[in-house]
Design a protein around this ligand. Structure first.
Ligand code: UD1
Length: 435
């Protein structure tokens, strides 16, 4: 079993390169199944969820090759399998996105109800209702979703909640459908816009990306042999920003689109952190400097769908607020159970009380290193952020959750001066990272 050891207190300094977006990559990889040939993706992160999605695509008949520097080639000419492997799907919610391409290209699909982070009920009813509106016959029984559609047909779809996953999945499904699909109350996340930009680069006809009404005019085919560069990961960048702030460090983040991070950057500035986008264009990937010279101020946070504060960032932010000056109230309106990591922060000395979907944080002067366990991906990020500033040593277990979304996290933090090491606890002498 692997663990991450952190000796807190070292301010982060230097440059950290941010990887491509996990969530955009997952949606775009699944959409590559629509293409009867090869697609090249650039800036794909080297993380467990991506390799898991690659495995799902391979099981369905696609060829997926990874080369250096985040380049992935996906050839879906051989896509002919309509049963997604349950053991892979159960690991990751985004694998359900393959259902749309299955229906669009093969006329049927059989996919297990997906797994993913343990942060709430996370049903797929919006996905299913949307596919039904597009003409699919869907049966969800015994943990498996079976769907049939000789030809998907355009429809008007209204989402009860602007679900990022349902929006990307239904846009993908509608690309090759007959006629026009309108998705209202669509998610406006940058990752949804990235999927749309990708599909448009392949010849799809889609309007309204990044707005709450997306209109898809179906086409017969998408083009092969296109290349597309995925946007930077705003969650990874935000995690490093919190780590820089909590350690009173000074870090330049490379490969960041500042415009995608506005809700997080505004909060950091309110907390007294210096945030500087280097270069003229905040809408394109560039450099972002994050520096903090003292203790941060408390702020309130309300996590909501984009362009609100991202739910994926509330955990590292709560870690930062745990050491800030004053009282904060953090509410998550997206997921009902995303504060499970708080008990671990309390073991480090944090003063946080959770009531329903709200955490009340009273900043303390210091956190103490402890043995702590990550219960999900962003929980792991929060615990590592806290451990970087805690007194003494922390041991973080549940590292497999962190690996789902952060590539080379330990190495990147080491390069910025953190005292952090990854160890195989069954073989403690064997360091898994150069530390
Ligand atoms: C995606 C992201 C995740 C992020 C979340 C919210 C990926 C792979 N994951 O997750 O990192 O935290 O968006 O920004 O992109 N819901 C339903 N029925 C559905 C779908 C969703 O009730 O069919 C509910 C969920 O339980 C949740 C809310 O809608 O309460 C938002 O979920 P959604 O935006 O769909 O999140 P995901 O796509 O799962």
């Amino acid at each position: 079993m692997e663990k991450i050891y952190v000796r807190g207190g070292a301010p982060l300094r230097g440059t950290i390169r941010v990887s491509g977006s996990k969530n955009a990559s997952l949606a775009i990889m699944a959409a590559c199944l629509l293409v009867e040939g090869r697609t090249i993706l650039r800036n794909v992160p080297d993380i467990r969820d991506i390799h898991n999605m690659a495995e799902v695509l391979r099981e369905l008949g696609a060829t997926v090759r990874f080369s250096t520097d985040g380049v992935v080639s996906i050839d879906a000419a051989g896509f002919q399998e309509t049963n997604a492997p349950e053991e892979l799907v159960s690991k990751m919610r985004a694998s359900f996105y393959v259902m749309g391409p299955m229906l669009a290209r093969l006329g049927e699909g059989h996919v297990a109800q997906p797994g993913g982070c343990n942060i709430g009920a996370r049903p797929v009813d919006f996905h299913i209702r949307g596919l039904q509106a597009l003409g699919a016959q869907v049966k969800a029984e015994g943990g498996v979703v079976d769907a049939y559609a000789p030809r998907l047909r355009g429809a008007n779809i209204y989402l009860d909640f602007p679900s990022a996953g349902a929006t990307t999945h239904l846009i993908t499904a509608a690309c090759l459908a007959e006629g026009i699909t309108t998705i209202e109350n669509a998610a406006t996340e940058p990752e949804v816009a990235d999927l749309v930009n990708f599909l448009r680069a392949l010849g799809a006809r889609i309007e309204g990306a990044g707005t709450s009404t997306v209109i898809v005019q179906g086409v017969d085919k998408l083009q092969t042999n296109r290349e597309y560069t995925i946007i930077p990961d705003r969650m990874e960048a935000g995690t490093f920003a919190c780590a820089a702030a909590i350690t009173r460090g000074d870090v330049v983040l490379e490969n960041v689109t500042a415009a995608h991070m506005q809700p997080v950057l505004v909060k950091l500035q309110d907390m007294g952190v210096s945030v500087t986008a280097i270069g003229a264009d905040v809408d394109a990937p560039g450099l972002l400097r994050i520096a903090a010279s003292g203790r941060c101020n408390a702020v309130d946070i309300l996590a909501m769908p984009h362009p609100g504060f991202p739910t994926d960032m509330q955990q590292p932010m709560v870690a930062l607020l745990a050491l800030s000056d004053g009282a904060s109230m953090v509410t998550d309106r997206v997921f009902e159970n995303r504060f499970r990591y708080v008990s671990e922060l309390q073991r480090m000395g944090a003063d946080i009380r959770v009531e329903g979907r709200t955490a009340f944080v009273h900043g303390v002067d210091r956190l103490k290193g402890a043995s702590i366990c990550a219960t999900d991906l962003r929980a792991g990020a929060a615990l590592i952020v806290a451990a970087l500033a805690a007194e003494g040593e922390s041991t973080v277990s549940g590292v497999e959750h962190v690996d789902r979304g952060y590539g080379a996290l330990v190495e990147k933090l080491q390069m910025a001066g953190a005292d952090i090491t990854r160890v195989d606890s069954d073989h403690p002498s064997r360091l898994l990272a150069v530390g």
